[in-house]
Design a protein around this ligand. Structure first.
Ligand SMILES: [Zn+2]
Length: 346
């Protein structure tokens, strides 16, 4: 998730909650922050008053320090009150990681969109789900050299290590449905791009919007094409979701995201995210003005910092998201040259 250079909008909270503490972001809504062992070093967790206890939104990653952070939260800001349910926005490990452990330990249901739930179960089903020759093809078809392909695909299947399993049952959340939490009525919104069908919750009466990772305040949500769907257009889906958010959620709404700080200048941030990706697309069009390029050639020109194998796979997948958007849009055309795909201006 690259950082943007945009000037910060006025923020409702100047700083995040300290470890082990919570900020009451709205009446009966506690905002906590758990650590992540990544460059993006934290995830926001929300606890919403729900009758006698708390409904929690997202879980943190499935590791021992995060389990300890939950124990501390129950003894601390959650004041020993019980968990009523676990609501998960999308299948990424920093959000769903401890769903299995929390639901089992507290004997509570998991609420999650069907596509996101099944995606988690799919990735948990084993190495074969994500590894195979199609992974190598995915990179080499776009011109990545063989040594780098091996470094990128040889990283192993880490998803299994970042989750404490998944509950065998769930309650599905679909777009257009509503969810009552402690007397508040939330509209369920869905959006693709960052994840196949990420869930967001909007309480119109009180002007509260849980945006998950779809709109983040300072960083740009990762939008990537993955090997099982090499011609996918996640950026197009992300653009449609941003437009729908602007249409549904009024500007000025208190927006509580999955990472970084809450914001109220929601529409401006949506416009900034759209502008960021439009600029990247324009950069690619400038590059191909000099001649056809593979996505492997475009990647280092789009992401100019030095990248290791892990970062290269992320950068490549993000670059391909922009290439595929431009192909879908008719601004680029693709030619297959001896099994290697090169794109040029249409
Ligand atoms: Zn996230």
């Amino acid at each position: 998730m690259p950082r943007d250079d945009q000037a910060a909008a006025p923020l409702p909270f100047a700083a995040p909650p300290a470890p082990g503490e919570a900020i009451e972001a709205a009446p009966g809504v506690l905002w906590m922050r758990f650590n992540l062992p990544f460059a993006l070093n934290h995830v926001n967790i929300y606890a919403l008053e729900d009758g006698p206890g708390w409904a929690v939104l997202d879980t943190g990653i499935g590791d021992e320090p995060t389990k300890l952070a939950w124990e501390a939260a129950f003894a601390g800001p959650l004041r020993g009150r019980p968990l009523t349910r676990v609501i998960v926005t999308h299948h990424h490990p920093d959000h769903v990681g401890l769903a299995g452990w929390l639901c089992e330990t507290h004997d509570v249901p998991l609420h999650m969109g069907e596509t996101e739930y099944l995606t988690s179960r799919f990735y948990l089903s084993g190495r074969d789900a994500v590894h195979g020759d199609f992974q190598r093809d995915f990179y080499s078809r776009h011109g990545m050299d063989a040594g780098l392909v091996e470094a990128v695909v040889g990283r192993g299947h880490r998803y299994l290590e970042m989750l404490t399993g998944m509950p065998p049952r769930f309650v599905s959340m679909d777009a257009g449905e509503t969810l009552d939490i402690g007397g508040r009525r939330f509209e369920i919104l869905k959006g693709g791009g960052h994840a196949p069908d990420q869930a967001m919750l909007f309480c119109r009466d009180e002007g509260l919007f849980f945006a998950a990772d779809q709109v983040l305040q300072r960083i740009t949500p990762n939008i990537s094409v993955h090997a099982p769907q090499p011609e996918g257009d996640p950026l197009g889906r992300f653009f449609r979701s941003l437009a729908a958010i602007k249409e549904t959620v009024p500007d000025g709404t208190l927006t509580l995201p999955g990472h970084e700080l809450p914001m109220t200048a929601l529409h401006r941030r949506v416009d900034e995210l759209r502008g960021h990706h439009d600029a990247r697309c324009d950069q690619i069009m400038e590059m191909v003005a000099e001649g056809p390029l593979t996505t492997a050639e475009i990647t280092p020109r789009l992401f100019r910092r030095q990248l290791d194998a892990h970062q290269t796979s992320f950068a490549f997948s993000e670059a391909l998201a922009h290439v595929n958007r431009l192909l879908c849009d008719g601004r680029l055309v693709a030619a297959d040259d001896d099994g290697v795909i090169r794109v040029s201006a249409a």
